[in-house]
Design a protein around this ligand. Structure first.
Ligand code: SF4
Length: 91
């Protein structure tokens, strides 16, 4: 079973508000490396045509990797509220 198949087994209880918010100003003006684009195991970060950072927070695995990797502090990251977020189905 590959990683995509395993991730496809997870279930997500979505809150109304995102638990990760990108500070677009800090991201655009201070970050040169954009490590979030490659470091997220679920590949949730992409770039828009205008260069802004897009995040599909609904599929977040809550690993915290992007928060630790963002040296510019451009992510307001917190765990989802109780009862929301990922529910792992594969170990
Ligand atoms: Fe991706 Fe993990 Fe950050 Fe969620 S916490 S967006 S899964 S790197």
């Amino acid at each position: 079973m590959n990683i995509e198949s395993k991730l496809g087994l997870d279930v997500f209880a979505l809150d109304k508000e995102p638990h990760i918010v990108v500070n677009q100003t800090a991201c655009r003006e201070r970050c040169k490396r954009r490590v979030c684009l490659t470091i997220c195991p679920a590949r949730l970060y992409t770039l828009a045509e205008d260069g802004s950072l897009l995040l599909n927070w609904e599929g977040c695995l809550e690993c915290g990797t992007c928060k630790l990797a963002c040296a510019e502090g451009a992510l307001d990251w917190r765990y989802p509220r109780g009862g929301f977020g990922v529910q792992y189905r594969f170990g």
